[in-house]
Design a protein around this ligand. Sequence first.
Ligand code: PMP
Length: 311
Amino acid sequence: MAAGPNYAFFKGKIVPIDEAKVSVMTHALNYGTGAFGGVRAYWNPEDEDLYLFRPLDHFRRVLNSAKLLLMDLPYTPESMLDILLQLLRKEGYRQDVYIRPLIYKSSHVIGVRLHDLDAEFTMFAQPFGSYIEDEEGSSVTFSAWRRVDDNAIPARGKISGAYANSAFIKTDAMLNGFDEALVLNENGHISEGSAENFFIVRDGVALTPPINANILEGITRRTVMQLLTEELNMPVVEREIDRTEVYLADEAFFCGTGVQVVAIASVDHRPIGSGKMGPVVRQLRDLYFNLVRGKLDQHRDWTVPVYCTKG
Ligand code: PMP
């Protein structure tokens, strides 16, 4: 069997991936009227099980996006999780995977609007490794692009069309030789990376932009905030961050389901702290990877075993 995905949940049932196809007339394909999620599941070889990380939180956010887009979907976070478990068991993965839930306006009509349109939920899961090559020392730039504003396209919605903004940001950064970019909001403060939340550590305090700084309300961000306060005893403050605070930070990092926890070594060629991964990010990464692989006793409720080998 191919590496996968071999199946998708599509139009109410699990079908071979080749049957999960939409028409060129699909509203979401033409106008960006979809929204998505990104969930990870981690293979734990000792337990011989695959652990989903905070899937219900991800599905809650997908359904909140549906609410913003005026979609009426017959699913709950719990029913979406049931579908995901069926899908993963059918795929039978024994490696790390990335899951893409997608909701979209499925009507075949010309006309830009949100109302009076049908909506569908689809989902697939594929094997997946790192998102950023150098997770221990990424090189970052400040993007010349601005983050879409809540009054333009709400960033908290994870809306497909808004990711053209992220694509501009990411591509310019990469074509200029950087791994990622930090993007400012219309107020000139930092929002986040192209597809990840952002933290700095300065004088023993972790700082991250607040949820009204045009960021996605990241689930990894929430996880990291809890790990920093509970496990590393470090105060976390949510407030707007200036560009020059980053230059003076002791450490800086990105976090997100895709990127996981990525150390930032330099911003616009200026070394951050020592210019290498610092002690806080190192400890946080260790904790995070143990947590998501189901190896920590704390926060067992955040991981959901797929095969339930432990009974
Ligand atoms: N910001 C943006 C713009 C993103 O696309 C993502 C990835 N989903 C994140 C932040 C991180 O969110 P999460 O931790 O929920 O994956």
